[in-house]
Design a protein around this ligand. Sequence first.
Ligand SMILES: Nc1ncnc2c1ncn2[C@@H]1O[C@H](COP(=O)(O)OP(=O)(O)OP(=O)(O)O)[C@@H](O)[C@H]1O
Ligand SMILES: [Mg+2]
Length: 274
Amino acid sequence: MHTDQQPVTARRAIEVEGLHKSFGALEVLKGIDFSVERGEVVCVIGPSGSGKSTLLRCVNLLEEPTAGRVTVAGTEVTDPDVDIDRVRRRIGMVFQSFNLFPHLTALENLTIAQRRVLRRDRAAAEQVARANLERVGLSDKESAYPAQLSGGQQQRVAIARALSMEPELMLFDEPTSALDPELVGDVLAVMRGLAQEGMTMLVVTHEMSFAREVADRVVFMDGGIIVEEGVPERVIADPQHERTRTFLARVLDPAAAGIIEVAEGEPPPGEQQP
Ligand SMILES: Nc1ncnc2c1ncn2[C@@H]1O[C@H](COP(=O)(O)OP(=O)(O)OP(=O)(O)O)[C@@H](O)[C@H]1O
Ligand SMILES: [Mg+2]
């Protein structure tokens, strides 16, 4: 989480300036400006199709921006001469689908990129892998194949795999939305732990209780622009814009409560914090 102890001159983790992205005639991002400080947790919320995934994918150049500038940890990734593989190595990415290799065990899923990309030897890679499996609470599953794991466990392996590359920041795109409701909590707990350790995180999520509890800042997107952003108490509990209110009313509606995880001891979403 963001703390005041960081020097104000700390390099920004992510800086996005005037970002536009079109697919053919469809303009999906219509001028996005925002930044993420090191150690900060920023949650991006917004309706389906508003451009949240596209924004995340522009940060690590899985999509090439049509215009604008994206800088990650001091390196401009939109510079045509950038070594993008080098930059991507510093960014951990976790998607809705876990994309584990089905023919490799959990441990092997964590060591393969370390060995191939970072050129670590087997022993070193396994040591890092075991530490990260422990971090996500899956030390007992290192020999399991993905098919032998629940969706939540597979997603925690995917997070541990990203962490094994020792990234400077982590991007999450709806990491819990493919999971059965009872499996969501364990994944969010791992993400909460990462935030507490000071990991810089940009998280697209529909989990409003998570955003409220863990985010330093919430960004609400609609129609390819940032409509508003600010601390969660303001954006989620006291939105200034009608579009934000409409969106939140829909996701926080009691009828949708089944898809919203409420941590034990937390007030239900939509209820005012004391
Ligand atoms: N590769 C692509 N080619 C063409 N159109 C695309 C492509 N990727 C995304 N789009 C379009 O861009 C728009 C924004 O998509 P995006 O996936 O960024 O939305 P989102 O906010 O992540 O939505 P969701 O909450 O459903 O994941 C959508 O209209 C989508 O159809
Ligand atoms: Mg998306």
